[in-house]
Ligand binder design. Structure first.
Ligand code: CP
Length: 341
């Protein structure tokens, strides 16, 4: 595991953050806490393995907060979080909203319908005007790859990428990795299959980056039109037969086919795709009995997964959503901490 970004100091996490256990990845022999130095979370590309583990450990502390009768801590009291969603979202938007509320921040929200973006205002101008209201953290989802990076260049606020085009969706990958660690005990050495529309998927990219950094073996699976062969440069193996690879997997993450990003048909029919790459009860008989079934949502039932699998005993799908809240609390807490260093 890389130690390059590990920076330790005597500065302790704010006592007012009040997660149940200390927010630290230090071993007993090196008891000083890990100090988070990244002001933005733009992608897993720029995180070390140590930093990813630190986010997961911090989320573990915050998960406990959601089990209390009063599910709120004052870590971001007096801070303002702006959730700016220029592309559709259910899970990520509500999860960031609730995470910021649980940390006692004031939350303002923009969804692109009904905003002045429709009148021709640029993204930069829109967000700088919102920042001028005294915003400390900007959470942004945008259909353009690189949107979060561009904003990080021109804002004083912290920027958290909630999904940018086909590029990265870092909090989704972090919650997926958190769920694997929680359910299987560790990530290193686990065989993880990511199935479906790899070509258009920011979820796949962020997952591959994070899983590889933590030592998992990653197999990307789908028809050649949806799995670019160049993806092997990210350290994963490409497979075009789900039936061949399925018996080896500890985890299978079924991705949504993103028809909205297609410029032409990339497979003959939904029926044919489901026959070859859909996860159903019959295909599950090829898998290890305890395989963990994941999906980032939203699910196209009957296409990526049949309902008996999506709602079955191997499914971690709702567990992923629950864990997303703790991950987003951890991310907001840490980027705010870095802003104060
Ligand atoms: N997984 C995910 O990003 O879902 P939403 O598009 O609903 O936020």
């Amino acid at each position: 595991m890389s130690k390059t970004a590990t920076k330790r100091s005597s500065r302790k996490p704010a006592a007012t953050a009040t997660p149940a256990t200390p927010v630290t990845t230090a071993t007993p022999a090196e008891a000083e806490p890990f100090v988070w130095t990244k002001k933005h979370l733009l992608g897993l590309d720029e995180l070390t393995a140590d930093e990813i583990v630190h986010i997961l450990d911090t989320a573990e502390s915050f998960r406990e907060v959601s089990t209390r009768s009063i599910k709120k801590v004052p870590a971001l009291r007096g801070k303002v979080v702006a959730n700016l969603f220029f592309e559709d979202s259910t899970r990520t938007r509500m999860s960031f909203n609730l995470a910021a509320s649980r940390l006692s921040a004031d939350v303002i929200e923009l969804v692109s319908t009904g905003s002045s973006v429709a009148k021709g205002e640029t993204l930069r101008d829109t967000v700088r005007n919102i920042e001028a209201m005294g915003v400390d953290i900007v959470v942004v989802r945008h259909k353009q790859s690189g949107a979060a990076y561009m904003l990080a260049q021109c804002l004083s606020a912290s920027v958290v990428n909630a999904g940018d085009g086909q590029h990265e969706h870092p909090t989704q990958a972090l919650l997926d990795i958190f769920t694997i660690r929680q359910r299987l005990g560790s990530v290193a050495g686990k065989k993880v299959g990511i199935v479906g529309d790899i070509a258009h998927s920011r979820v796949a990219r962020s997952n591959i980056l994070g899983l590889r950094k933590l030592g998992a073996e990653v197999f990307v699976v789908g028809p050649p039109t949806l799995v670019p062969s160049a993806i092997t440069a990210m350290g994963c193996e490409v497979c075009h037969s789900l039936d061949e690879v399925l018996p080896r997997l500890d985890v299978i993450n079924m991705l949504r086919i993103q028809f909205e990003r297609f410029s032409s048909n990339l497979f003959p029919s939904v029926r044919e795709y489901a026959q070859l790459y859909g996860l159903n009860a019959e295909r599950m008989r090829l898998a290890k009995p305890d395989i963990l079934v994941m999906h980032p949502g939203p699910i196209n039932r009957g296409m990526e997964l049949t309902s008996d699998v999506a709602d079955g005993p191997n499914s971690a799908i709702l567990n992923q959503v629950t864990n997303g809240l703790a991950i987003r609390m951890a991310v907001l807490f840490l980027v705010n901490q870095a802003n104060q260093v």
